[in-house]
Design a protein around this ligand. Structure first.
Ligand SMILES: Cc1ncc(COP(=O)(O)OP(=O)(O)O)c(N)n1
Ligand SMILES: Cc1nc(C(=O)O)sc1CCOP(=O)(O)O
Ligand SMILES: [Mg+2]
Length: 198
């Protein structure tokens, strides 16, 4: 199984409806501050859309809903991992992507044999407040050497222009949020992303 190099992240399935027809093959649904009912309805709709368009759907955070709804992929951060039932997640056959930001976090997650490791923020991000400002490209290279064959996702402040350098530094996949969602023409931006991630 190989994941597509372009990994956009959206907070609502309406984005998937707009963007999947353009050819996205890997997407994350990252919903914050919502009721369980809303999240489950969004996941179910996301699953149907991703089936239709042959796209891998990754669910952020909501591991119990992902198990209950038969999802194939989850993304969990360090705090999520504190609470998640990894045995149940693996017993459900779910593949796991994890966030890392420093050495201790990387050591911790490698023990879980994740299907991908994300490193961030490679560049400063405006999406959320973080303890880390900017990892930089040398850190991407270091991380790739440490994770070996495990796919490495670069995230944080990504743009179409920055993507080639991040791949060159060693990332296998680049994840982006605001470069798309805050763009004046998100569809055109996704087309540019798909071109640069060919
Ligand atoms: C691909 C990818 N990388 C990192 C994250 C961040 O996950 P986390 O640290 O759990 O923070 P939240 O996204 O839940 O705020 C991610 N979602 N995806
Ligand atoms: C959700 C998230 N996680 C990060 C991490 O470093 O773990 S950076 C990030 C935000 C990515 O958004 P943008 O592409 O708009 O910078
Ligand atoms: Mg999380």
């Amino acid at each position: 199984m190989s994941l597509h190099k372009f990994y956009p992240i959206f907070d609502d399935v309406n984005w998937l409806k707009r963007m999947l027809p353009l050819g996205i093959k890997l997407v994350q649904l990252r919903i914050k501050d919502a009721t369980e009912d809303h999240v489950r309805a969004q996941i179910a709709e996301g699953q149907a859309l991703c089936r239709e368009y042959g796209c891998v759907l990754v669910i952020n955070d909501y591991w119990q809903a992902a198990i209950d709804l038969g999802c194939e992929w989850l993304h969990l951060g360090q705090e999520d991992l504190d609470d998640a039932d990894l045995k149940a997640i693996r017993a459900a056959g779910i593949k796991l992507g994890v966030s890392t930001h420093d050495d201790d976090e990387l050591e911790r997650v490698l023990a879980f044999a994740p299907e991908y490791v994300a490193l961030g923020p490679v560049y400063p991000t405006i999406l959320k407040k973080m303890k880390w400002h900017q990892q930089g490209l040398p850190r991407v290279t270091e991380w790739k050497a440490r994770v070996g064959d495990v796919p490495l996702v670069g995230i944080g402040g990504m743009s179409v222009d920055r993507a080639p350098g991040v791949f060159e530094a060693g990332a296998d996949i680049v994840a982006a949020v605001t470069d798309i969602t805050l763009n004046d023409d998100p569809e055109d931006r996704v087309r540019q992303w798909l071109e640069v991630c060919k």
